[in-house]
Every structure is written in structure tokens, then in C-alpha cells.
Design a protein around this ligand. Structure first.
Ligand SMILES: [Fe+2]
Length: 340
């Protein structure tokens, strides 16, 4: 009995120390999504399949760096992260491998998947215009393009160009309007900024609530998160803000995805694909999107209560991979335009 325990101990220890050991019954996940927003659905996956999920959470850019420095020795089988621009970076850096799955092809619309099968979008996030209800008449709003109009001078808050969300917005504008027009737009937009960009999306919303600006470009899940925050200051700021869906007369509002890819070094390939397939399924789609105030990538899934208050909108159907393709150019363009 002692001997069995000893052997079990040794096996347990060696599988901990040796990432080269693969176990058909587990999968190692690097997640930029915090534990509270993913663990419950992973537990459901484990209950259904018997496959254990070892979860490592971290910042999105930090996890990319970690994968890169671990190289072939990474224990990670799946990278779960936010923004098509980042998923594209992971692909370009050779950190992911292509895989095919009929389930995923059936579940996830084509424009939310990498055309070469390197990553899959699992939730959709919208980046509309938000406005201070008491200071802006929404009938005066129309499109992202219109935010360049001089009448918005000193009225707009958004975060810096170092964040991938605005890079992806600019990448989408480039796809719609071309590079030259987008650069002109970015220059005029920067001219309309109320202050030099600083902080994240929540900080822009708070600045607007505090009277520093009237309009904000931000992802809706931040507003949703603030509305349900335990901190009354967050709730009070969010309560004076409304969502305006831009570009409803043309291409639609800019959207992005959070998604997952199979790592190039994945040792638990089948289990990893099974997990990504599970996350594309009905049950996971509903919970996973709603948990973070995001939208399902499938339009046959009902959206949650908080999101319903902002109504339906037309999303830009642009292929998400274009956001990645245009990313480097978008960043240079923003730099030239003085968007720091
Ligand atoms: Fe975010």
C-alpha cells in the first residue's frame, strides 16, 4: 500500500514537473478571462466529459508573452484571449496551430473565425458610442465618422492607441473607408479629444459622468459591469450614460470577439478541441457571453437582461481576421494622427 501511494505520488509529481507529459483526461488553458467569468462553464465541461481543465489566468498581453517565452515547452493547450487583433498576433507569432472541427464550423459564423482555422471567436463585444444622457441628444449622433466633426471639439474621451480595442476600431475603419480617409478621420478625432487619452474604458465612462466629456467610445461590457458593480460610485457613473449604436444606416457598429486557439505546442489536442467545441455550444454560448456582459457569436442565442436594455443593433459583418491583418498599419496610422 505504501508502495502504491509512493508510485502515485511520483507519477503525480512528475506530471506536474514535466509539461511534456500529456494526459488524455486533462487540458491546460491559458485564459485572459478572469476565473469568475470562466470557471463555472469549465466545471460544466468537466462534469460532462470527465476532462479536467487546469486553468491559468493572466493579462491578455502577459499571456501572449508567456506563451512566446515558453515556446515548445509551454504546458498550455489553449490560449483564450480577447480581441481578434491579439488572436491574429498569436497566430503570426507561431503560437497557434490550425485545426478543423465540423461542430465549430456549424456553430460559429464564418466571419468570427480565422479563415485558416487558427482561432475561433467565442463571444462578441461591441464598441459603440456612449453619451451622457442629459447633455447629448442622441438624434445628433450618427456614425464613428461623424465624431470627427468640429462640433464635437473637446467633447470626446477614449483610451490610448496602445490598447488593441481602438487599434481594431481603426482597422475596421480602414477596411470601410481606406487608409487615407481613416488617417484624416483619426487626426480630426484626436482634435476633438477632451483630454490626452489615459486609463481604460471604465475611466472614460467615469470622466464623461464627471463632466470632462460628453461622448465616449468604449466596449459595452464595461458599462454593463459598472451598472452591476458593488461600488455605488461605479453604478452612479454608469447610470448617466446611454449607448448609441453608430453606423446603423451603413455597415453597422464595430464589434470584436474574445476567442480561443489551439497552441502550436498543444499536447492534449483532442481534449483541447473538445473544450473549444463545448464553448461554441448552446449552453456555453448563453452563459459565457452573459457572464461578461458580451454577446453570443451566434444569433440564435438569446441575450441577457442588461444588454437587452440597449436594444438590437446591426453589427459590422466584417471578417474579424481583417482586424488582425490591418493591425500594424492601424497602429502606425494612429501614431501619425497623434493618437497617443
Ligand atoms: Fe476589455
Amino acid at each position: 500500500m505504501l508502495k502504491t501511494a509512493l508510485i502515485a505520488g511520483v507519477v503525480g509529481l512528475s506530471s506536474l514537473l514535466n509539461p511534456l507529459m500529456a494526459n488524455a483526461n486533462e487540458v491546460n488553458l491559458y485564459s485572459a478571462r478572469i476565473e469568475a467569468l470562466i470557471k463555472p462553464i469549465l466545471d460544466e465541461f468537466t462534469a460532462e466529459t470527465g476532462i479536467r481543465v487546469n486553468l491559468v489566468t493572466g493579462g491578455a498581453d502577459e499571456l501572449l508573452q508567456r506563451l512566446q517565452s515558453e515556446g515548445r515547452n509551454t504546458p498550455a493547450d489553449i490560449l483564450l484571449t480577447t480581441d481578434a487583433g491579439r488572436l491574429h498576433r498569436a497566430k503570426e507569432a507561431g503560437l497557434l496551430q490550425a485545426f478543423a472541427s465540423e461542430t465549430i464550423e456549424r456553430n460559429i459564423p464564418e466571419n468570427y473565425r480565422d479563415p485558416e482555422g487558427y482561432w475561433v471567436g467565442l463571444s462578441m463585444r461591441a464598441r459603440p458610442i456612449m453619451y451622457v444622457r442629459d447633455r447629448v441628444d442622441p438624434s445628433t449622433l450618427s456614425s464613428y465618422e461623424d465624431l470627427a466633426d468640429p462640433r464635437w471639439k473637446g467633447k470626446i474621451c477614449t483610451r490610448s492607441s496602445s490598447n488593441v480595442y481602438n487599434q481594431s476600431l481603426v482597422a475596421a475603419m480602414m477596411a470601410a473607408n481606406g487608409e487615407a480617409a481613416t488617417e484624416q478621420w483619426a487626426r480630426a478625432l484626436v482634435n476633438n479629444f477632451a483630454r490626452p487619452p489615459r486609463g481604460g474604458d471604465r475611466d472614460q465612462i467615469k470622466a464623461a459622468a464627471a463632466g470632462q466629456c460628453d461622448l465616449v467610445i468604449a466596449n459595452t461590457y464595461y458599462l454593463a459591469g459598472m451598472l452591476t458593480d458593488n461600488d455605488p460610485a461605479e453604478r452612479q457613473a454608469a447610470e448617466v450614460i446611454d449607448v448609441f449604436w453608430p453606423n446603423q444606416q451603413d455597415r453597422g457598429t464595430h464589434v470584436n470577439v474574445s476567442g480561443a486557439g489551439l497552441t502550436a505546442a498543444a499536447r492534449n489536442r483532442d481534449a483541447a478541441i473538445a473544450l473549444i467545441e463545448f464553448l461554441s455550444g448552446d449552453r456555453a454560448q448563453q452563459w459565457y457571453a452573459e457572464a461578461n456582459g458580451e454577446y453570443p457569436v451566434r444569433d440564435d442565442i438569446e441575450i441577457g437582461e442588461i444588454l437587452s436594455q440597449w436594444g438590437d443593433f446591426k453589427a459590422d459583418p466584417l471578417d474579424m481576421s481583417i482586424l488582425g491583418d490591418n493591425n500594424a498599419q492601424a497602429l502606425r496610422l494612429m501614431d501619425r494622427a497623434g493618437w497617443r
